[in-house]
Design a protein around this ligand. Structure first.
Ligand code: ZN
Length: 244
């Protein structure tokens, strides 16, 4: 009986040791993420596809009215966005994307590279594959993903409250069915109509801090029941009933 207890204790100890060993090994090796894994620390002056991947994920953490370029060149604007991202999530804010920043980004992204609080299906209630719009299905889907990362930043800034999307990507046929403008950004996949709470005016006002070029809300024709945000690179904002 005693011998059996000792043996059980010993095996429990071995399991514990194995678990500790496993933890140490995991912490000591690079984190492999199902979506995308960065292989080096990125700071001002670096460039490459890995910088573009970073820019996509921090583009919602810009200054008022600013739109971050997805150009793969880590300049002052990218540094400022990384710094704001770090501040938003309570990391040490040095504007350098290293292991701590990447870990937070891995935490925030799903295996399909969308941010954890948004999905491709929320951004596409039109069809299953983002086809039939003004750009290729692949481009429309990519644009939708980039828009969701901006929305993730906005969601965080609003106190981690849910943001609801009533309409995202539209093919030409979906767009005409809902009476969308013939040159609607919804055809490109980078537009989202936001509804529910926070209020439409709060959404219209807050969107100015998260990299959206087009923002239309209450008081703008046909926008009294939603706030539209999009990724155009020029600024076009109107929500007269919100005082903005
Ligand atoms: Zn819209």
């Amino acid at each position: 009986m005693l011998r059996r207890t000792v043996r059980l204790m010993l095996s429990a100890l071995l399991v514990a040791v194995a678990a500790i060993g496993g933890t140490v090994a995991t912490a000591g090796t690079a984190h492999a993420d199902e979506c995308y894994t960065w292989g080096r620390t990125l700071s001002e002056g670096t460039s490459g596809a890995d910088v573009t991947q970073l820019q996509i994920r921090v583009a919602g953490h810009v200054a008022y009215g600013e739109i971050l370029a997805y150009d793969g060149a880590f300049g002052p604007a990218t540094k400022a966005a990384v710094t704001r991202f770090q501040q938003a999530y309570g990391l040490s804010a040095d504007g350098i994307a290293g292991p701590q920043t990447f870990s937070k980004l891995y935490e925030l992204q799903d295996p399909d590279c969308t941010p954890i609080h948004f999905t491709y299906s929320e951004m596409n209630k039109c069809n299953s594959d983002f086809s039939g719009g003004a750009v290729s299905a692949a481009s429309a889907k990519e644009n939708a993903k980039r828009t969701m990362w901006k929305l993730e930043a906005m969601r965080k800034a609003l106190g981690s409250v849910p943001i609801n999307i009533s309409s995202g990507f539209r093919s030409y046929s979906c767009n005409s069915a809902v009476g969308g403008a013939s040159n609607s950004r919804h055809l490109y996949g980078d537009a989202a109509d936001l509804v529910g709470s926070p209020s439409l005016c709060t959404l219209a006002q807050r969107a100015r801090y998260h990299g959206f070029g087009g923002i239309f809300g209450p008081g703008y024709p046909d926008h009294n029941d939603h706030t539209h945000v999009d990724g155009r690179t020029s600024r076009s904002w109107s929500a007269p009933n919100c005082g903005v």
